[in-house]
Design a protein around this ligand. Structure first.
Ligand SMILES: [Zn+2]
Length: 145
């Protein structure tokens, strides 16, 4: 297990990094741009970065699919941010589906907001409807192995 390493896409420059498992909890930095790979805050993805992050990230990655017209989505935004700040080893991201329809299309999102959890490029769970931060945290923790 200690020899294992994970691919992690830099949220700043989109370079794919390989991070040894033991370094994941030690604030790993991007080998290309030097910025933190895990920032404990959600990253806004567009059509291009969404595909790359979702397919390349080996670590647990939680994507909030939302839209600007969706009231529950707007209400959940600070809750999602708060959950991200408390789970620094999880990659949190957001996709604005009314702006980047193509980014959401492959994931068959039927209602908003929907949070989808990915690991190793595959969906592992999804949760529809707005949740308060403590329930987001509970859900994410239940997915961590
Ligand atoms: Zn970078």
């Amino acid at each position: 297990m200690s020899e294992q390493s994970f691919h992690l896409v830099c949220p700043h420059c989109q370079a794919t990094n390989r991070v040894p498992a033991a370094r994941l909890s030690a604030a790993p930095k991007c080998g290309k741009c030097g910025q933190p790979l895990l920032t404990a805050s959600p990253h806004e993805l567009n059509a291009q970065t969404a595909n790359k992050v979702i397919q390349k990230n080996d670590v647990l990655t939680i994507v909030d699919f939302w839209a600007s017209w969706c009231q529950p989505c707007i209400m959940m935004a600070p809750e999602f941010k708060s959950a991200a700040s408390q789970l620094p080893q999880v990659f949190f991201a957001k996709v604005q589906t009314d702006r980047y329809e193509q980014a959401a299309a492959p994931y068959n999102i039927r209602s908003l907001p929907t949070m989808v959890a990915f690991r190793n490029g595959k969906e592992v769970a999804r949760q529809s409807g707005a949740l308060p931060s403590h329930q987001i945290i509970q859900w994410v923790q239940s997915l961590q192995s």
